[in-house]
Design a protein around this ligand. Structure first.
Ligand code: FES
Length: 314
């Protein structure tokens, strides 16, 4: 009988890359330990804690499917298909892996929440919302009034996110960033985000009526939406972390929001998001725009009146 040969383990950690042998029958965790690499394994390799989880790169396509117990544990943390437990993975082919938790991970880091909490690259819809001319709001107003008005505004936005499956992801004085798709696929998330825009605009209209005595002029806002891969995870100061996202697609969404001013539109949404939503936007003007960080132009739709968005009712 032909003797099985060792396969290679390509271990990527931040910018470092190392290569180890995995003897036949060994798990990835065993190979890492034998090579002197510290790797989280709170349950001692029994496939229960998930702290040993790794993201698999090249070689993924040749792996056997996870066993039912490994699959069950991975499902509990909503792990994407390219995440496996190092202690349960016995590769017969060379493999590239990246650890997902620090070697010092504690039990609470394992099954403490959905996979994206610990950091995950995933497809999301990113929305930036900005209040127009917010500095004017502060003119001739007591600080108390400004804070009161802004808090009313943010409360309406937060309620909309809750109603439409969005997640608040960042706040900056006169605007916020939201994510859709943490618990839904890209198609559903894109529809939800567009429904969110419609509801936000309706709520803003009602808020303006309610605050008409306090406001010199009605509050207005611009919204930019784009979708794609982003690094999603819980980040921030240890006592007040939030789930947010980073990456080129996040920057693009922010730039689309800034373009609402140029286009005189309430919403600028990328063609990619509209395509993902599978909604016909042909009634709206389409533009090709330059976006810093992208070599090619991207297609966007500028929507002047978001109440006319052709989205299904919530
Ligand atoms: S070490 Fe706990 S699941 Fe792998």
């Amino acid at each position: 009988m032909k003797k099985r040969k060792s396969v290679k383990l390509y271990y990527k950690h931040f910018r470092e890359s190392q290569v180890f042998d995995i003897p036949p029958g060994w798990s990835v965790l065993e190979a890492l330990r034998a090579s002197g690499i510290r790797h989280a394994s709170v349950c001692g390799g029994r496939g229960r804690c998930t702290t040993c989880r790794v993201k698999v790169g090249e070689g993924m396509e040749h792996l056997l499917q996870p066993s039912s117990s490994e699959a069950g544990v991975l499902k509990r943390i909503s792990a994407p298909d390219d995440v496996r437990l190092a202690c349960q993975l016995h590769p017969a082919v060379s493999l590239e892996i990246t650890p997902l938790l620090p070697a010092t991970a504690a039990p609470v880091d394992g099954l403490s929440g959905p996979g994206y909490v610990q950091g995950q690259e995933r497809k999301v819809v990113i929305m930036f919302i900005d209040i127009r001319e917010s500095t004017k709001l502060a003119e001739h107003k007591l600080p108390f009034d400004v804070v009161f008005i802004l808090n009313q505004f943010f409360s309406e936005m937060a309620d909309t996110l809750e109603d439409t499956g969005g997640h608040y992801a960042q706040f900056n004085g006169d605007g916020l960033m939201a994510l859709y798709g943490l618990e839904s696929d890209l198609q559903e998330a894109s529809v939800q985000a567009l429904q969110g825009v419609q509801q936000m605009m309706r709520r803003l209209e009602i808020l303006n009526q309610r605050l008409s005595v306090e406001l010199h002029q009605p509050l207005r806002m611009g919204i930019g939406i784009h979708c794609g891969d982003a690094i999603v995870g819980q980040m921030g100061p240890p006592k007040t972390p939030i789930v947010t996202a980073l990456g080129d697609n996040v920057n693009i969404a922010a730039r689309l929001e800034a373009m609402t001013k140029e286009f005189g539109a309430e919403l600028v949404v990328s063609l990619e998001t509209v395509s993902a939503a599978e909604i016909d936007f042909s009634a709206f003007p389409r533009h090709e725009v330059d976006v810093r960080g992208r070599e090619t132009q991207i297609g966007v739709y500028a929507v002047e009146d978001s109440k006319s968005l052709p989205v299904p009712a919530i």
